[in-house]
Structure formats: C-alpha cells, structure tokens
Design a protein around this ligand. Sequence first.
Ligand code: DON
Length: 631
Amino acid sequence: MSYLRGTSHKLLPPPLWGRDGEGGAWKFHSLEPPSRFARETREATSPTRGEVTSGTAVPNINALICGIIFLITAFLALLPAARAEAPFPPAQAIVAHHAMVVSQEKRATHIGLEVLHRGGNAVDAAVAVAFALAVTHPQAGNLGGGGFMLVRLADGTATAIDYRETAPRATTRDMFLDRNGEYDPKKSRDSGLATGVPGTVAGLALALEQYGSGRFKLSDLIAPAIALAREGILVEDELADSLPRAAPRLARFPASAKIFLKPDGAALAPGDRLVQPDLARTLETIARDGTRAFYQGEIAQKIVDSVGNAGGILSREDLQDYRALERVPLRGSYRGYEVICVPPPSSGGVHLIEMLNILEGYALEGLGARSPAALHLMIEAMKRAYADRAQFLGDADQVGVPVERLISKSHAAGLRATIDPEHATPALALRPDTSRAHEGDHTTHFSVIDRFGNAVANTYTLNFNYGLGLVADGTGILLNNELDDFSAKPGAPNAFGLVGGEANAPGPGKRPLSSMSPTIVLADGKPWLITGSPGGSRIITIVLQVILDVIDFHQNLAQAVSAPRVHDQWLPDVVAAEAGFSEDTIRQLEALGHTIHVGGAWGSANSILVAPEAITGAADPRTRGAAAEGE
Ligand code: DON
C-alpha cells in the first residue's frame, strides 16, 4: 500500500515516542498497528477457527464439503474485505507542549509554527497560514474566496469573523435560471455569475487588527507567502493529485492555464514547480498598501474585468463595499463540554449544536463506537437537522432564521421523540421535497493553539477545487464560484446535493448559506478540541463525528480523525458511508431501513486536542500533505 505518501508530518518507520532531532518536538505515533480498519476488516470477514477445525473431526466426505464451503466462504470473505478497507492509513498524532498548528499543507503549517515560535499568537499564525495556503494549496487556500475564522482568546473572549463572500448588488432572484425558468447549474458553477465578492483579504486583516498580538504587521505575515509564490513550490501530494482533474476547468481561461498548465495543455505534474509571479506581486501590493489595494486599486479593477469577461456582474462598488464582519459565536453544550461555533450565514454551528442536542439524549457510549445502533441514531439526528437546514437557513442579516429555537434543547427533544430506534425514518416523512446527489470538492480547514491558550479554527474556500477555475488576469488570484451555495430555485439541489428554500435564495449583498463549521470545544472553560473540515455539505457531520468520537467513544484524536464517517443530509434519502465499516455493520443498518452507499473518503479534519499533559495535533490522513507541527 502506498499509504504513507505524505499523509502526515513525518513518515519514518515510527518509533512509538520520539523527538525530531535535538530540541525538536516530541511526537507520539499511533499505538495501533495494525490499524483499526484492518482489525474491523478481519473481524468482519474471517471465518472463525472454531468453524474450520470442527470440520476436520467428521468423515471424509463431510471434510470435503466443509473444505469446499470453507474455500467459498474464504473467497466471499475477500469481497467485503475490499469494501471495508479504508483507502488511507490512520493519522499520526503529533504531540507538543506549548503550541500546535495543523493544516492541509505542510509548508503552511510550518510557517504558522514559525510565527508562534517567534512570539506570535494564534491569530498571527492563522493569518500567516491562510496567506501561505493561498500559494501552496491553490485548490482551496485563497485570496479570491471567503470563509469563517473562529477565535477563542485565553481571556475568554470568543468571536466569529465572517468573511463569507457577498452576492454582487446586481444579483437577482432568478439569476441562475434559464429562459424557461429552470435552474441552469452552468451559470452558478461555471460562469462569472458564480463569483461572489471575495472576503478573505478583509477577513484576515480584520482578524489581525483586532486580535493579533501586535508583534507582527500584516506585511510580516504575508512575507513567507510572497517568497513561496515567487520561488515556486514543488508540485506534489494533493496539489499533484488535483491538478489533472481540474485541468479542463482551468484550461477554459488562458490566465489560469498559463499558471497551472504546461504549453501543451497538460497539468503541471509531480516534480514540476508551480511558480506564481503575478500572485507574488499581488501579495506584495497587499503587504504594502493593505486591504485597500485589493478592494479599490488596480487589483480590484482586474478582478472586475476578468469576472465580467466570464459573464459575471461583479462591480468596483461591490468590491469597495465589502466588509468582513465580527459575529457573536453560537454556544451549545454537550455532556458538560461547551461547544463554540460559527453562526449564519454558516449553517454549520446551528446544525452541529442541533445534532449534539438530539444525541445527548442517548447513552451512545454504551452502544459503542460505530456500532449499528449508535450509527442509526447519528444518522437519524443528521437527517432531521438537514431537513431543518433546507427549510430555515439563510443569511440571517437578510431573512429571519430561528437560530435560538433550532439550537434549543427543547427543539432537540421534540425531534428525538420522532426517532424510532428500530427503523429508519424515510426522508420525505420528515418534510416533503425532491433532490438528487452530487458531491463536489475542496475547502480547507486549519487549527491553531498558541502557548498563551488562544485558539483559532479557520475554514475557508473557493467552493470547488480552484473555484471557478478563473484567475483574474495579471493578479494570480483564483476566483470563487461560491454563489452556487445559494438555492437557485426552491428544491433545486446545489453542487453538494443540498436543497434549500426562500431563506437561501440569491439576493443583492446577500451571503450564500455555508456549511463551514470551524469549532472549538471547551472543557472546564479552556480550549480542548479545535476542529473543522472541508467536505461541502458533509462538513457538519464530519465535525459531529470527531466530537462524538473523543467525547462519547473515548478515542484519541488520531483515531477520531481517521475513523470512517457516515453522512446523511436528509435528501437524497441515502446514507453515504466511507469505506472502513464492516460488511456486517452495513447489513445491520440496511436491515433498519437505511439505504447505504459505501465508498469514497471525505473531509480533512485537521484538529488539535489540548490536555493538561500535552497538546496533540492530528492531520487528516485522507489528504496527502496535510501536516501537524508543534513545539
Ligand atoms: O460554504 C460551503 O459550505 C461550501 N462552499 C463549501 C465547499 C466545500 O467544502 C467543498 N469541499 N469539499
């Protein structure tokens, strides 16, 4: 297996506990070879020895029959084994004592740790990581997109920085429909109409201004990104994996093709260098002139021109008016822990708290991690939360969203009462609608904790990998296709199969509903778990499962981040399950009435767990090149 290709920080044949050179960080390698995936597979598929040996004591003809049965059984057993094995290794936990950064790309992680090492706080580091990812992880790290940064300071202050894109002022309700009034996904995913006003530069600057340590200027934190853009980076890991898939989208725009493709149209390949001189100049301009350079200057004009040429309606005024906002985070509680999340226009916090509230009413621990009974309850909770999402959620600045009711314990109790522990509830019995499935790609999440106890969870995105695939000519900035997150027409699913209603209809200045869920869980009033993930509509259920794994099932962080995931988003009425569950578990869930689609792997829950003894970081093993580093 090529499992160990760049999945985590260091890929040595691991000592269980060791240090990276003199004075390096202590690292604890997962104590569970063989992996739990392998274990589950064996348990599910091996005929027991008792059955086999009992055959040897009977007359020969019986022995022959038993032998044949055994061979057939053994053959059949291999089939589910292939289905049950996870296509990635378990995460390696990195242990440190003062500070930790976990991101989806190793250079960016290292830059963040350097900032912490030089006395910066978690917000300083997060800003540096985010600018670096815009260079080293162009699939999702960005200047031309948006996201959410959740900050929890050691003094107890918590804030959610909302730098989600906004719809241009010329946006209309029917912008993504064709002339017959039917939803046209090409408009919302593949044209300039899909591009919202980018929020990242404003959001990072706001975070630094309000919550940085004051030891670093914006230009200091952008400097490493400038160097990487100018000198270039080796194409490897996820960048190498994603470029060939994205090549057709990038090839549509010469300004993008000249950066990411070779003259013959092939994508840059492993071993090539990705050099981004225009992006380096753009970053230098932002470092010198601040956010104004992005939202008002020449860069703004180039963005407007490129989006316009791609059929979009973004204007100079839209860029000039953009503001990142500070919002009051949502707070929930789960079995004595406090859960801090981002509010609308992300749906993440609302539905994470809603699902936790539902599940708090069950003794999950006794059911066992990923037992069919526990999974059934989790799936039913997911289904109900996503049905609420489709009806109620949107940009709460523009439409009424009953947030308090949705995150209340009483609402959860009402929903819990509708769950049948023996049978799956058909989706349409919860609320009528129709839909279809389609899963898309990337966003990126990173987590940071500093030596002072300040924590940051940040998730940001261009929506699809490389967003619209359009680089604003001469800037190196990839632009988002985030406006596909609107519900273009009630009941018409977006790229993640999510349906929505009026609350999330397109509108001028509106922020499309997101699933991004950067989350900080407090234990005894202190940051304990810092997590989040990409994964489109699956983000919220990924975060849910990481939390349940550590709280209910007492798994360590590496186990929680690696464990196979399920996802149910109400519609379509199917449960997606990653490879890694035993065949027996799948069969039992099917017997309860669930339709299960097994396959794939999703998310990159780059997380940190803070215990009094040590800080553990775990990069998600599903994404090659993700890395945790601590000191
Ligand atoms: O904001 C959202 O919910 C989506 N635009 C996120 C897209 C995403 O996570 C794609 N990644 N897998």
